[in-house]
Design a binder for this molecule. Structure first.
Ligand code: SAM
Length: 395
């Protein structure tokens, strides 16, 4: 007589009362302290249940991170390969309907596409993928094969070098996922074409989240312009046809070389790029009594974690104060923060304080955010990371 078959193991997580409340609030992340029991291997999809055993949905699990669960579904829908295909397809279709005028754009923006911790960026016929948790990393091969099937790319790069992977016990690595990914890919965003290095460029190659703000800046640009923290010159190049000249500043030698190369390929003779520390250079410009009609400030995230907030706030205040002093009356300042921890209210307060110290009257012309292909998931403040104010010096 054969032994009775043992029931198939089902990966499960049980939530505390607080965890259930959090899940009901709509946030996809459940923290370790709100999980009373976890029976799962690394990155497995688990059934999420309350203390009475009721099924609340399914989630990606992590054995290492404080974010133990990332919700995928909120009902009893099974998470099958077909489920993954449909979620990816939905995200791609949303971008297609947006009719974005660019060959470089984000196709999957993690939580906001209900695919937590997954990023997919398109650069021409190449895709750059980031699997930022144990959950998406475990499903990497499936995700790659579905993307090949859905989009037939030339190649897929697994650009898994963000530091955040360490919180998941994952290594930082960059490797080919499929096909062939060249060292240089030519892309277009609106009227500007650029050569991108998906293997080594910052983020996945470009700051795709600023595309619509580049376009907006072109509408305000005039006279003499300054693009501080320029990277490959996204703002400077888009403003160049509308200004007498534009000075682009970045601390990275590679970025400055890319700005010069990009300006040359468009025949823009009015773009100057300098490899400098913006903090020092703004001081020098002030000493030299220079004035600009248009200024862009797009620094890196100064507050990478909450503890860094006080220092970050003083950094943002300093550059905004100096920029307002350098701005000619009637000129525009397009000022950004991509720090998740600096919310819109805090950023507004920094600008009020900078304008007050600079003793200049300032009006807010527009409040902008990250581009439409990087949407914000309501109720998830972490997904609203890029704030961009357009200000005018009134006198
Ligand atoms: C958010 S990115 C800029 C993106 C760019 N504005 C765009 O739209 O594509 C920030 C840039 O600041 C540069 N950076 C960081 N610290 C700097 C500093 N102290 N001075 C100058 N550049 C700096 C980085 O090299 C990076 O290119």
């Amino acid at each position: 007589m054969s032994a009775p078959a043992s029931p198939a193991r089902v990966a499960t997580a049980v939530l505390s009362r607080k965890g259930v409340d959090r899940l009901r609030s709509g946030h996809p992340w459940i923290y370790r302290s709100d999980v009373t029991d976890l029976q799962a291997e690394r990155g497995e999809v688990v059934e999420v249940r309350d203390a009475r055993g009721r099924l609340l949905g399914r989630a990606l699990s992590s054995t290492e991170s404080q974010i133990t669960l990332r919700m995928l579904t909120r009902d009893d829908t099974p998470v099958t390969p077909e489920w993954w295909r449909q979620r990816l397809q939905a995200a791609i279709e949303v971008r297609t309907r947006m009719a974005i005028d660019a060959t470089a754009l984000r196709l999957v923006h993690g939580e906001a596409d209900l695919l937590p911790s997954l990023i997919v960026d398109r650069y021409g016929d190449v895709l750059v993928v980031q699997t930022l948790s144990q959950g998406t990393d475990t499903h990497r091969d499936l995700i790659v094969s579905l993307l090949v099937d859905l989009l037939q790319p030339r190649g897929i790069l697994l650009r898994n070098d963000p530091k955040v992977r360490a919180l998941e016990g994952l290594t930082q690595e960059v490797m080919l996922g499929y096909g062939d990914v060249p060292a240089e890919v030519e892309v277009r965003q609106g009227p500007i074409t650029q050569v991108v290095d998906p293997w080594h460029g910052q983020k996945t190659g470009l700051y795709l989240d600023q595309r619509e703000n580049h376009e907006a800046a072109a509408g305000y640009a005039r006279g003499v312009a300054l693009d501080a923290f320029s990277y490959h010159g996204g703002f400077a190049l888009r403003m160049a046809p509308h200004v007498d000249r534009v000075l682009a500043l970045d601390a990275s030698a590679d970025a400055v070389a890319a700005i010069a190369r990009n300006a040359a390929r468009h025949g823009f003779g009015n773009v100057e790029a300098l490899e400098v520390n913006v903090f020092d250079h703004l001081r020098e410009l002030e000493r030299a009594d220079v004035r600009f009609d248009t200024i862009v400030l797009d620094p890196p995230a100064f507050a990478k974690h909450k503890g860094a907030l006080p220092k970050a706030i003083s950094g943002y205040k300093e550059i905004n104060l100096r920029a307002l002093r350098l701005l000619a009356p009637g000129g525009h300042l397009i000022t950004c923060t991509c720090s998740t921890h600096v919310d819109e209210g805090t950023f507004g307060g920094i600008i009020v304080s900078a304008a007050s110290d600079a003793a200049v009257p300032v009006v807010v012309v527009e409040k902008r955010m990250q581009a439409r292909d990087h949407p914000v998931l309501l109720g998830v403040p972490e997904s609203y990371y890029l704030k961009c104010f357009v200000l005018r010096r009134a006198a």
